[in-house]
Ligand binder design. Structure first.
Ligand code: NAP
Length: 250
């Protein structure tokens, strides 16, 4: 019998990551639900997957710390086998702010908090997947944001810039590892109903802004998950370095 594929989804206890974990499990993947501190939410995602006949485990790790990323990959390797798919999704948002009011602490927090984990997790995933390291290939999908295209003026230029870095990472890494059997793609969600907007100081931000979108509604995490799944799957076997914008026409 063919080995079940293994997917690591960072920040999968809530929001887009949780919806993506459920979808991959539905398609037969063994899913690693990574989270930072909300073990209750992560365990709920795992319990729901198992209740529906899927396979998943929750692993706590701050994916912005290399030692924890290394331990995360070691645990996956010993408990689930080598990974086939990495979804870089964990991210943070802070209060809306004019550019001139940003300070060093906040800028550093956002830039490191939204960029480091994508680099670190990709590094360890490549060491597992790459044909140069004896691997069978694989797929990486980065969750960026429509903010990388809009720049998010008067709200979070620091967050938008961190997502711009993810777009550039996608372009460069896709080219660097294409001949090693690894595809790297990216989704750029717009206004999606998750907890993240509360962290930005405005829980109802999607409802306030949705009428400005061509489709005049916010998006659901499940709609983003479908695009992530497609890019990661063999249905997208000739796609690398590509972007799917899920922003209601923005
Ligand atoms: P969310 O609901 O706030 O969930 C964030 C997730 O990331 C949680 O599972 C959290 O774990 C985890 N996390 C944060 N920092 C982490 C770290 N250092 N290590 C491990 N896990 C960490 O977020 P979301 O809205 O689903 O966003 C997911 C991704 O989509 C982010 O990259 C975000 O920038 C992007 N995005 C979101 C929107 C939107 O409108 N929501 C739009 C565009 C892009 P805990 O539960 O343990 O805290």
């Amino acid at each position: 019998m063919a080995k079940k594929k293994v997917a690591l989804i960072t920040g999968a206890s809530r929001g887009i990551g949780a919806a993506t974990a459920r979808l991959f499990a539905k398609h037969g993947y063994i899913v690693c639900v990574n989270y930072l501190s909300n073990n209750c939410a992560a365990n709920n995602v795992v319990d729901e997957i198992i209740l529906n006949g899927g396979s998943a485990i929750a692993i706590q790790a701050d994916v912005n710390k290399e030692s924890e990323v290394q331990a995360l990959f070691d645990t996956i390797s010993s408990q689930l086998g080598s990974i086939d798919v990495l979804i870089n999704n964990a991210g943070i948002l802070r209060a809306q702010s004019r550019f001139v009011d940003l300070n060093e602490e906040r800028i550093t927090q956002i830039l490191t908090g939204n960029i480091l984990s994508y680099f670190l997790c990709s590094k360890y995933a490549i060491q597992t997947m790459s044909s140069d390291f004896g691997g069978n290939g694989g797929s990486i999908v980065n969750v960026s944001s429509a903010a990388s295209r809009t720049g998010a003026p008067n709200e979070y230029i620091d967050y938008a810039a961190s997502k711009g870095a993810i777009d550039t990472l996608t372009i460069g890494l896709a080219k660097e590892v294409a001949a090693q059997g690894i595809r790297v793609n990216c989704v750029r969600p717009g206004l999606i109903y998750t907890d993240m907007h509360a962290d930005g100081g405005e829980p109802n931000r999607v409802d306030r802004l949705k009428s400005k979108l061509p489709m005049q509604r916010g998006g659901e995490p499940e709609e983003v998950a479908e695009a992530i799944y497609w890019l990661a799957s063999n249905k997208a076997s000739y796609a690398t370095g590509n972007f799917i914008d899920l922003a209601g026409g923005l």
